[in-house]
Design a protein around this ligand. Structure first.
Ligand code: PMP
Length: 457
């Protein structure tokens, strides 16, 4: 057994000395009192001091049913008695076979094939590569000019080159310009930070009209649109106008292009349906799922697609129609066992109606935050929400980013035993789907406490 008797101080020292953290400015990292997690228990993280924190961002949006959830633990342990991993390159394994069948039972009916990888970024990257190759091979390549991808401003689909190329968050993406390919960028659905002379409704209409214009302009060259359904997550928990996904899907269809829905954040029950596109009755050509697929246990991702797409890749090997993409851990058996146990929980516990009920409970608690003058906007979609803090509600003026208000509010919320991680000055709520009503209340109260502590003194 590995040694677990290290003090918090030792772990912190070694962390500072040896570990480079993702999306983390290291010059302020230690001052912002990061957690050193050594264990989990249900909805709680336990740090090296033995303190417990409600995991209100589900360990970056992937934990669905708590830590050390017995059914998932047992499935992984049981799988270890069989095999941890074997390759899917030209071979198969019983766990990914069973998982593909089960996932397709939950997915929109038009989807018929599952291609595995190991994180959200690759699940999107794969959909994009498949779309590009599809247009080269479909119908004798009659539409091989479809090589352009469209994403939206403020979008985020991960950190690999294709995902970054269609991403739209300048802070994360602009720097990598020289290594990106050119993509078409549609407008941002952010309507909170709109021009003063527009109402929100007008800003929404302007967004939709601009989207249509860009898409129509590029219709003939468009391979696919990549879109986060429900909410743009990393862009600050930004919702779309009602019915926008269905509208966008129809526009893509009219253009003769393909639709890639990035369900990495909003899929796996977060919307109150298994997949967010199902909430708007949309049948995508590609559906990308990761994060919660294994209940937040093991990195497994999947790109679901249609038989029409798959069939364009068939032919004698020497014709080279094969999809030459695959990762060492594609379809990892331990991860697929965790994912199967996760789907079992969805089936046995009637999770989705409960998520829809808790969506209302959360909405009611969030409503109370409007009392605070620095709460500028509250956006919610299913069991996901963002509370945007601003310097002045009237003018929607933001805080100077050097104040790191969002981070400070989250740090203060720790006093109330709640772990949060913001996106700038947007306080993000992405709790486990199994969070209780009482815990939802605690969570929102901790946010209120954090806001008051940082901004009222
Ligand atoms: N797509 C969306 C919508 C995401 O929110 C994320 C991660 N936050 C990704 C893709 C990338 O997933 P991963 O971090 O697993 O590569």
């Amino acid at each position: 057994m590995s040694d677990r008797n290290f003090s918090k101080e030792t772990l912190e020292r070694w962390d500072d000395e040896y570990v480079w953290h993702p999306f983390t400015p290291h010059s302020v990292y230690r001052d912002e009192q990061p957690l050193t997690v050594v264990a989990g228990d249900g909805h709680y993280l336990i740090d090296a001091d033995g303190r417990r924190y409600l995991d209100a961002v589900g360990s970056i949006w992937c934990n669905l049913f708590g830590h050390r959830r017995r059914e998932i633990d047992d499935a992984v342990r049981e799988q270890l008695d069989h095999i941890a991993h074997s390759t899917l390159l030209g071979n198969t394994n019983d766990r990914p076979v069973l998982l593909a069948k089960r996932l397709l039972e939950w997915a929109p009916d038009n989807l018929g094939k599952v291609f595995y990888s190991d994180n959200g970024s690759t699940s999107v990257e794969i959909a994009m590569k498949m779309a590009l190759q599809f247009w080269q091979q479909h119908d004798g390549g009659s539409q091989r000019q479809r090589t352009t991808f469209m994403g939206l401003a403020n979008a985020y689909s991960g950190d690999t080159i294709g995902a970054v190329s269609i991403g739209g968050i300048d802070l994360f993406h602009a720097r990598f310009g020289p290594m990106l390919f050119e993509a078409v960028r549609g407008p941002s659905p952010v309507t909170y930070h709109r021009l003063d002379d527009l109402t929100r409704k007008q800003a929404e209409e302007k967004f939709v009209a601009h989207f249509d214009e860009v898409l129509e302009k590029h219709a003939d060259e468009l391979a696919a649109l990549v879109i986060e359904p429900g909410m743009q997550g990393a862009g600050g928990m930004v919702t779309y106008p009602d019915g926008f996904l269905a509208h966008a899907a129809q526009k893509v269809r009219d253009a003769g292009a393909l639709l890639i829905v990035d369900e990495v954040a909003m899929g796996m029950g977060r919307s109150g349906r298994m997949f967010a596109c199902q909430r708007e009755g949309v049948d995508p050509d590609f559906l990308c799922v990761a994060k919660g697929l294994t209940g937040g246990y093991v990195p497994v991702a999947a790109t679901l697609t249609t038989n029409r797409i798959y069939e364009a890749f068939l032919g004698p090997p020497e014709e080279g129609r094969t999809f030459f993409h695959g990762h060492t851990y594609t379809g990892n058996a331990l991860g697929c066992a965790a994912a199967l146990a996760t789907l079992d929980i969805f089936e046995k516990e009637d999770v989705l109606p409960e998520v829809r009920r808790k969506e209302q409970v959360l909405a009611a608690h969030l409503e109370s935050l409007w009392d605070h003058p620095n709460v500028g906007d509250i956006r919610q979609y299913g069991l996901a929400a963002g509370v945007e803090l601003v310097a002045h509600r009237d003018t929607r003026e933001t805080f100077d980013s050097t104040r790191r208000v969002g981070m400070k509010v989250c740090s203060a919320a720790r006093d109330k035993g709640v772990f949060l991680r913001p996106l700038g000055d947007v306080i993000v709520l992405m709790p486990p789907l199994s969070i209780t009503d009482d815990e939802l209340k605690t969570l929102v109260e901790a946010i209120r406490y954090g806001i008051e502590t940082v901004l009222d003194t």
